[in-house]
Design a protein around this ligand. Structure first.
Ligand SMILES: *[C@@H]1O[C@H](CO)[C@@H](O)[C@H](O)[C@H]1NC(C)=O
Ligand SMILES: *[C@@H]1O[C@H](CO)[C@@H](O)[C@H](O)[C@H]1NC(C)=O
Ligand SMILES: CC(=O)N[C@H]1CO[C@H](CO)[C@@H](O)[C@@H]1O
Length: 304
């Protein structure tokens, strides 16, 4: 595996966690069918078959456990297909926090070997929704309600782990998901891979320094990805099939090769998603971030 100078410098300066073993690969998974209806158990089963066949991965992550009854729909499918699931709690507002937590606690004992982990929040620090201590309190509440073997943590943007905003939660979490989107940093071409790996190394270095080692908290890249639709650009980052393929194969796969765990955002295109406004104020099309089409065909090789 060859690295850019930039990434190699960051690596030399940083994490002790690089090991010979390849990291685990996973995919973020939506709760809706292409037409916007909630997925059924058989939809999830077909998702799992397609993911495993195309990539070898056997773990997925979701965001809001009660959304579309995800928890009670996906867990039987996952158990049947021998997949693990990271469930999410959306803590931003009290109602979704309670709904998601209740959806999980209702089945946690029964499915404690299928629920790999629970993330409390997705980019809540990045969005300024919570301070570190506020998020820590939510995480502690969730930890107190789940079987011990289910890991609890959060997902947030790499820079919030790197700049110390997340330091307050480090004593509480078993697992962390570090999101790093070179695309949303406007990094194009080969620079995308350099930026992605540097982001991850910086965040991991900071965490390891704070907790005193690489064996204290399980770390994953929680999200990275690239849209395949032409014209969905963000600065120098250009959407399109060949750029997405290059990023997957030279960036995402490189991180796994170095022994880090990583989730790709996302498994399948989600054509039902409404257009949103990106950080640059332009309309952001989030329908084509899938590694596969919405009818579960691979767009490029997903093997690393
Ligand atoms: C979730 O399941 C309940 C029944 O257990 C049902 O009443 C409700 O409509 C379902 N919600 C969704 C969004 O499918
Ligand atoms: C790589 O992308 C980053 C983030 O957009 C940017 O700051 C940097 O100048 C880029 N480097 C090169 C060599 O293009
Ligand atoms: C404290 C705070 O900023 N809460 C906001 C978090 O984000 C949700 C939306 O997801 C808002 O509704 C809350 O007001």
């Amino acid at each position: 595996m060859r690295f850019s100078t930039a990434a190699a410098v960051a690596l030399a300066a940083a994490p002790a966690v690089v090991s010979a073993a390849k990291g685990s690969m996973g995919f973020a998974l939506g709760t809706k069918q292409p037409n916007g209806d909630c997925k059924t158990q058989s939809d999830y089963e077909a998702d799992f078959d397609a993911i495993k066949e195309a990539s070898g991965a056997t773990i997925v992550r979701g965001y809001a456990a009660a959304d579309c009854n995800m928890t009670k729909t996906i867990l039987p499918a996952a158990e049947k297909k021998d997949f693990k699931v990271v469930l999410g709690i959306w803590p931003d507002v009290e109602e979704s926090f309670n709904n998601d937590l209740n959806a999980i606690t209702a089945v946690a004992e029964k499915y404690k070997n299928t629920i790999y982990a629970v993330t409390v929040g997705s980019e809540t620090l990045y969005r300024g929704n919570f301070t570190g201590p506020e998020l820590k309190a939510k995480i502690d509440t969730v930890k107190g309600k789940l079987p011990d073997n289910i890991k609890v943590g959060t997902a947030d943007s790499w820079n919030k782990f790197n700049d110390g905003t997340a330091d307050a939660i480090l004593s509480s979490v078993d697992i962390l998901m570090i999101n790093a989107f070179a695309f949303w940093q406007g990094a194009g071409g080969e620079n995308a891979t350099h930026v992605y790996l540097n982001d991850m190394f910086q965040a991991i270095s900071h965490i390891e320094e704070k907790v005193g080692g690489s064996d204290k908290i399980e770390i994953w890249n929680g999200e990275t990805g690239w849209p395949t639709a032409d014209g969905t650009d963000y600065g120098a980052a250009k959407g399109g099939l060949s750029n997405a393929k290059n990023f997957y194969q030279t960036g995402f796969c490189a991180l796994l090769d170095w022994g880090f765990n990583a989730f790709f955002f996302e498994a399948f295109d989600e054509p039902w998603k409404p257009a949103s406004i990106g950080d640059n104020g332009n309309v952001a099309d989030e329908t084509t971030w899938g590694a596969m089409t919405s009818d579960r065909k691979t767009k490029y090789s997903l093997k690393c």
